[in-house]
Write a new protein. Structure first.
Length: 331
């Protein structure tokens, strides 16, 4: 049997925040669960997910890179006995009546905040990072050119009541450039399946999202990246990450911490990761030349002098860069 596993405790609370009125006689939780199964199976009928189960996923799956809102798609089957040597990432256990069960991971699942007020511009960036980069790092030496050993799904839980912000829709558009299956529990008002796959078409799509104040030029050239569509080249920039501790000079995403070293402002590193990874994938798909040497230079320089101290954000840039190397056959 195929199941959707949701982190116990976290998701029941999250679902109750969703701004939707269920049909008479149906609880909100039951309505959301039914809709979840329906939309996932509509996206990929071959999955044929039949049930939802709430579980402490972070503790039950050894080696799983989890979070507060962890979720998995699994295939559950009865097996004769628990293997003496476990070499995969499945969960093995004996149920209450003595059956030996294997739950094999089929896909990793990320979800959006429950409401647009919770989400704002942090939606997607804070939902998938830093865990996506942790998966990339874990599987960087695998023969596969995907992010990890299983596919990724992202589910938007928000209802469009009162209209979704342009910044949120823009993040969904960037998500659709990644190697993710994107699912909407409720229609956002934008058909992202119609988003063009070519660079100029994708840029135009993002610039013309509802309520957007961006021009095509604003999307084509930003502080994080620059597309040259004539010469088919993407340049990834590092100016917003500038660190000069001696002269107290920093890019707009970085600041001096109380300890005296450099640190990222809030979640600015996550927004950067989303911007550059999404545009990297778009450029790669269209056979663009991709120059990310500025980012490597920035990383190497700050690593040598330990600008960021012992924080865990800076090292994840190496995971991103190694992924770029792998996909461009430089690694």
């Amino acid at each position: 049997m195929r199941k959707l596993l949701l982190q116990d405790g976290s998701y029941q609370t999250k679902f109750n925040k969703i701004d939707v009125t269920p049909p008479t006689g149906v609880s909100k939780l039951e309505y959301i669960e039914t809709k979840l199964l329906q939309e996932i199976n509509n996206k990929n009928p071959r999955l044929n997910i039949l049930a939802i189960e709430y579980l402490d996923i972070n503790n039950e799956f050894t080696g799983f890179i989890g979070g507060t809102y962890s979720a998995l798609i699994i295939d559950e089957e009865n097996i004769p006995s628990i293997p003496t040597s476990i070499i995969d990432d499945s969960r093995y256990f004996t149920d209450a009546i003595g059956n030996v069960i294997r739950q094999r991971i089929m896909a990793y699942v990320f979800t959006s905040p429950a409401t647009k007020d919770e989400g704002r511009n942090i939606t997607v960036a804070q939902d998938i990072f830093p865990r996506l980069l942790d998966y990339i790092d874990q599987y960087i030496n695998s023969p596969s050119y995907t992010y990890a050993n299983h596919p990724f799904y992202y589910i938007s839980l928000m209802t469009p009541s009162g209209q979704l912000q342009a910044s949120l829709l823009s993040n969904y558009a960037r998500l659709n450039q990644l190697d993710f299956e994107y699912i909407e529990l409720f229609p956002t008002g934008v058909n992202f399946s119609k988003m063009p796959r070519d660079v100029e078409g994708a840029i135009d799509f993002i610039a013309n999202l509802p309520r957007s104040r961006k021009t095509i030029s604003d999307v084509q050239v930003t502080d994080e990246y620059e597309f040259d569509v004539i010469n088919k080249k993407l340049t990834i920039l590092s100016g917003t990450l500038l660190v000069n501790l001696t002269h107290n000079n920093f890019g707009r995403k970085v600041e001096r911490t109380r300890r005296g070293n450099a640190g990222f402002k809030g979640s600015e590193e996550k927004f950067y990761w989303l911007d550059v990874l999404s545009m990297f994938e778009l450029a790669l798909r269209n056979n663009y030349e991709i120059d990310y040497s500025q980012l490597w230079d920035w990383y190497n320089q700050n690593q040598r002098v330990n600008s960021f101290g012992n924080g865990d954000k800076f090292p994840r840039f190496e995971s991103l860069l190694k992924y770029f190397d792998k996909k461009t056959l430089k690694g």
